[in-house]
Design a binder for this molecule. Structure first.
Ligand code: ADP
Ligand code: MG
Length: 397
């Protein structure tokens, strides 16, 4: 996949109508409907400001939640438009529909320097089907398509990819930054290139493990996925999270690492618990000493040291997946130790993945990491080396 794309700097926005796809899929409070975090609304603000200041009329579209083609008032983008208006300190027009009369009328009247928001694109089932007629209708509102929706770029939907077929398509600044860092790491990383992989399940990351094993010089494995690897090597992992149907896959990866002469590191000691709970009884044991019925909740101190040493001198480090159940403070240490190790490195460090990013942010290491991806699933597809429709549809530089 080509990732060096034309950006909003590559056309003159003056007097143009721009259809801007953002990822405004914000977390909502289920009871009150309130927006729990405006992070995703803030992320594309530089692009929005740039377009408005350069005389574009900006028509923003996004999905929110999973209305599955039905009109669900609780998933309206109206609160997002209100938040946007507060952040930008300017009026933001809100359409009552996506491609209907209200949207059409507002878009037709929109003047340079003005901003409007369309309703939730997923209120139409045509969105997720990437229906050409629906895409064409969206595109008909504008002269230019811009995407800042990196977080949804792995979806082949009408607003993320389809509409771009009918308009010249450019990346916004957020998209540009994501592609720059993730693209460089995947295509021409500074070596040694180290991948740190954790999180819950092997099955969620099959292509990520395989692709990074091929691209990186060293792969470090922790988190829940480590136990299927350890079991594959004959260790007794007690009640730890294991996917028996992925043991074959793990053996294949271990074999592959050997064949490619890559270092693949697995934990040598663990923090174990007698049950899956924040206040469980816990202790540190070597991997061959997990008591019957106990489970691995994170990497132990010896492993933390080995892993921190393993990233020393790296040119590039990509990290996906917490190295333990970081949500429980008693088991967060392994993840914190890796965050600290990366923070101290003089290397290009990249963290991607919903939970990995929350962990690093929550622990206060964000500004010591080179790039923290805003796209959860999208960054995983990038690490897996997959083509992304929302990126491929943009004009190459
Ligand atoms: P990301 O969202 O960064 O891609 P994942 O969704 O794959 O990461 O995994 C995150 C989850 O993995 C966390 O909720 C964490 O509690 C869990 N996890 C990490 N280590 C373990 C473990 N040893 N046992 C069970 N779950 C784990
Ligand atoms: Mg996750």
């Amino acid at each position: 996949m080509r990732y060096v794309k034309k950006t909003v700097r590559d056309f003159n926005p003056q007097g143009k109508r721009v259809l801007l796809r953002c990822d405004f899929n914000v977390p909502l409070n289920k009871e009150t409907g309130e927006i729990r975090s405006d992070k995703r609304i803030r992320a594309p603000l530089p692009t929005i400001r740039y377009l408005l200041e350069h005389g574009a009329a900006v028509i923003v579209c996004s999905h929110l939640g999973k209305p599955k083609g039905e009109w669900k008032p609780e998933l309206s983008l109206r609160p997002v438009a209100k938040c946007l208006s507060e952040l930008l300190q300017m009026p933001v027009k809100m359409a009552d529909d996506v491609i209907g009369e209200s949207a059409q009328a507002l878009a037709a009247e929109l003047k340079p320097g003005e901003l409007m928001v369309l309703e939730n694109t997923r209120f139409h089932k045509e969105e997720s089907k990437n229906d050409p007629e629906f895409s064409k209708k969206l595109a008909s509102f504008a002269d230019v398509y811009v995407s800042d929706a990196f977080g949804t770029a792995h979806r082949n939907h009408a607003s993320t990819a389809g509409a771009a077929a009918y308009l010249p398509a450019y990346s916004g600044f957020l998209m540009e930054t994501e592609l720059k860092f993730l693209g460089r790491a995947m295509e021409k990383p500074a070596h040694p290139f180290v991948a740190v992989l954790g999180g819950a399940k092997v099955s969620d990351k099959l292509d990520v493990i395989q692709n990074l094993l091929e691209k990186a010089d060293k792969v470090i494995i922790g988190g829940g996925m480590a136990y299927t690897f350890l079991k594959a090597l004959g260790h007794n992992v007690g009640a730890s999270l294991v996917e028996d149907d992925k043991i074959g896959y793990c053996l294949e990866m271990l074999e592959k690492a050997k064949k490619l002469d890559k270092t693949l590191l697995l934990p040598v000691d663990l923090m174990v618990a007698d049950r899956f709970a924040a206040d469980a009884d816990s202790k540190v044991v070597d991997i061959d000493a997990i008591p019957e019925g106990w489970m691995g909740m994170g990497i132990g101190p010896k492993t933390q040291k080995i892993y921190a040493d393993a990233v020393q001198g790296a040119g590039t480090v990509v990290w996906n997946g917490p190295l333990g159940v970081f949500e429980f403070p008693a088991f967060a240490e392994g993840t914190r130790a890796m965050a600290q190790a990366l923070a101290d490195l003089d290397a290009m460090t990249i963290v991607g993945g919903g939970d990995s990013v929350s962990a690093v942010e929550q622990m206060g290491f964000s500004d010591k990491i080179t790039h923290i991806s805003t796209g959860g699933g999208a960054s995983l597809d990038f690490f897996a080396g997959k083509d992304m429709p929302g990126v491929m549809c943009l004009l190459d530089q």
